[in-house]
Design a protein around this ligand. Structure first.
Ligand code: DOR
Length: 450
């Protein structure tokens, strides 16, 4: 008798570890069960994928969905709806919510809030502080925890671990890879006078200048070598840092964002004003070129969106009272597909940056690869679709995107989460069924494999 599956994607071009080639994919019980010519197999549901590419589900390992405490900006339901609409199957949420997620109870609360409301799988970072350094090693092992996040420089919220001694204490507590926002707090304070009494937002990359980022990253590298702790440097923005980080690839991974690969100063501030304001800042074109070089050389390990929405009213405040951050989870993949079509990266590299990379960085269990036995998280894309990104398409509560009106080639056609189609043709389908992402370093004995 022919094999029977829950779902078969037929006739698509699949990005498997063997390369990118036409291949059917079958799903059973939420996992990939067969890959190849499955002409004789039957399934409860058949997805005609002719002319479409099937990628391992996109993992956005840096978003701010703001829950609890900042729900006027975003929440887990709207944030993950945007993720699914943008082809994203898993997100890792940052801890600068209100109150900051510092306790086991806070994490359990976040997981409980996400179940039944999240359109994609999820995990949460614990925020590092001087006060909780000693217990981070325990907290980082809890179910639903993506790891520990350090803010070396202050951004939105009040999480901060600025001094070497405190950073060392955090790095010495626990074992998993630590995610770091690398800007030097001392220099940020010294230079705030540049913008304190009101200034043009175009001065944002002057206040938070190249040296602010480079100084912090050099300090961090010294502490990484001293402690032997693995770190992941978030949203790298300077060409100089990519060269520094290249010296530490045994212990250090790093992220670039679609907005730093797409926008450049000073034009972005002239066009978008404070809607282009984020931390670390969008810088001039030579840095964007440096980040693309890091992508081309295989140095950058992943792309994360740093989805960090603020309302239009908040953004309209005079700089520097205007908050930093922009939405991005939904536009991450369309922007990268457009860059692919412009010849800036290959599809293999795109998959590495959006799926295999995050899985490797964080040791995600059972995701990040189109292979038998892995979760059937699939992002189906039309590489040639020509579309315009509009604010009406954006699910984020803020209702804006810095890319409104941008014409792109390449678009997510469907998002499949552990075998369930949750988005097709720009519409969400069914009910939110997101679950916690599991991590190989923290699987408990007897932990189920699905
Ligand atoms: O621009 C930013 N906004 N950078 C961050 O590090 C935080 C984020 C936010 O939460 O608004």
């Amino acid at each position: 008798m022919a094999d029977s599956y829950d779902l078969i994607l037929k006739g698509g071009i699949a990005a498997t570890p063997n390369g990118i080639a036409e291949s059917d994919i079958a799903v059973k019980d939420g996992r990939i069960a067969a890959i190849g010519d499955l002409g004789r197999a039957s399934a409860a549901e058949v997805f005609d994928a002719k002319g479409l590419h099937i990628l391992p589900g996109v993992i956005d390992s840096q978003v701010h969905f703001r829950e609890p405490g900042l729900e006027h900006k975003e929440d887990l339901a709207t944030g993950t709806a945007g993720a699914a609409l943008g082809g994203v199957t898993a997100i890792f949420e940052m801890p600068n919510t209100n109150p900051n997620t510092l306790t086991a109870a806070d994490l359990a609360d976040k997981v409980a809030r996400a179940r039944g409301r999240a359109w994609c799988d999820f995990a949460f970072f614990m925020g590092a502080a001087e006060s909780n350094a000693a217990v981070l090693g325990e907290l980082e092992r809890l179910p639903g925890c993506a790891g520990v996040k350090i803010f070396m420089g202050s951004s939105t919220g009040n999480l901060l671990v600025a001094e070497d001694d405190a950073i060392r204490a955090v790095l010495q507590s626990g074992r998993r890879r630590v995610a770091v926002h690398s800007e030097d707090e001392k220099r940020l304070r010294e230079r705030f006078a540049l913008v304190r009494d009101g200034a043009d937002v175009a001065l944002h990359p002057e206040w938070r200048d190249v040296e602010t980022a480079v100084t912090a990253t050099r300090r961090l590298m010294r502490l990484v070598r001293e402690t032997g702790r693995r770190v992941h440097v978030l949203h790298v923005t300077t060409s100089e840092e990519t060269e520094i980080l290249a010296e530490h690839k045994d212990l250090v991974t790093f992220e670039v964002t679609p907005q730093h690969l797409t926008l450049a100063a000073p034009e972005c501030y002239a066009e978008l004003g404070s809607f282009a304001q984020m931390n670390p800042p969008i810088r001039e074109a030579r840095h964007r070129d440096g980040l693309w070089r890091a992508v081309g050389q295989g140095l950058a390990d992943c792309v994360g969106s740093d989805h960090a929405p603020h309302t239009r009213e908040e953004k309209a405040r005079p700089y520097p009272q205007s908050p930093s951050g922009m939405p991005g989870v939904q536009t991450l993949l369309p922007l990268l597909l457009d860059h692919l079509n412009a010849g800036r990266l290959t599809l293999e590299r795109l998959v590495d940056l959006t799926s295999t990379g995050p899985a490797r960085i964080y040791n995600i269990a059972g995701k990040g690869r189109l292979a038998i036995g892995y979760d059937a998280d699939l992002t189906v894309v039309d590489l040639k679709a020509q579309r315009t990104i509009t604010k009406n398409w954006i699910a984020a509560k803020c209702g804006w995107t810095p890319f409104d009106g941008r014409r792109v080639t390449g678009w997510p056609k469907a998002t499949i989460l552990r075998g369930q189609i949750v988005m097709r043709d720009d519409a969400l389908i069914g009910a939110p069924s997101g679950e916690v992402v599991r991590f190989a370093e923290c699987l408990a004995p007897g932990d189920s494999t699905s």
